[in-house]
Design a protein around this ligand. Sequence first.
Ligand code: SF4
Length: 403
Amino acid sequence: MLAAMPPSSPNPQDRGEAHIRDRVRDRGDACPGALRLHHADDGALARLRLPTGVLTPRQVRSLADAADRLGDGHLSLTSRGNIELRGLGEGCGLGLADLLREAGLLPSERHERVRNMVVSPLAGAEVQAWAARLDELLCAEDWTPELSGRFLFAVDDGRGDVAGLAPDVTLLAASGGGALLRVADRAYRVAAADAPRAALAAAGAFLAAAREAGTGAWRVRELPAGQDVDVTGHLRRAGIAAQPVPDAALPAGGPPAPGVLGDGTDFGVSVLARLGRVTTAQFRALLPAREVRVTPWRGFVLPGLAGRAAAEERLRALDEAGFITRTDSPWIGVTACTGRPGCGKSLSDVRADARPREDGLPVHWSGCARRCGHPQGVTWTDRVATAEGAYETTVVTVQGSTK
Ligand code: SF4
């Protein structure tokens, strides 16, 4: 068992909602994008938003080629289902943009950093279409680039998997048809055909509230306490019939487990990337596939395989390629920040130091007290570097969490 020690550095459990709501921001967010590169110690970093989470085989090949030709030969997966290329050389931004544009991964340069969306990886056609339509709407509006690069939409197929990822605006497929729109503590039932426009209207309501508050909030939870978000008015002005749902409870589902997925007619596989990073050879090993779905749990789902035997064969191949393919892997739930050499703040090479889990809790390894990418909403083991190869260990307890 890991020893629980009182932390000497800022602990994430001390950062409450009040702290967030008291914050006044005097600048826009500095989130990197595909065009706005972040300059790290190991070269430039590009973050590519994948709003629907779906990549075509051609896009998989294009991204692998980009990482080989321009980057460090790896692709990193983020907790929002985005893909990062690291180690990009000086002056490669234009070449990367051309490559992404040709692959259909850059539909609007103005909007590329606000296409933040997580979608249930096992979603069917209707929910996938909501996500694709919401992305089109986001990219068609002049005002949406005012959203911060951190504002997050979730499009959930009803199982409650991505709805639990602390989104700002949630669309959830409702039993009996239609969608539940949720923003802050309000929920509305809307028709399926209106769902994407309703999510966009909710984002508009947030922006209006943020302007009114004048605190520069990037996210709904950063709005000052008592600040009204006029979702009802924005829905009405958009011509969307919405029925308020008081005390709406969202289902709480989990991510797809690694292994074969299927119910007798429709098969696929789910795999995870160890520490959220893959080599380009691993990434290419996801093919052949009809499509590759990138998940916010740093994994991939390959749907549409021809039967259980084909799915098992694909899983074996992906296991050999180095993916996590079994539910009993001790690497499930182990995450790490970038650490050295990519981050100058890191006291150690956390990715090299990270070890498999020793108990049932998720473990996050950080190179400093910022704890970038730490788990949300669950109790977890926090391992923060205090010197090269030395770590302080604490269990961060989340009230109400069962794991
Ligand atoms: S937690 Fe610290 S060391 Fe790790 S990526 Fe964030 S800033 Fe860098």
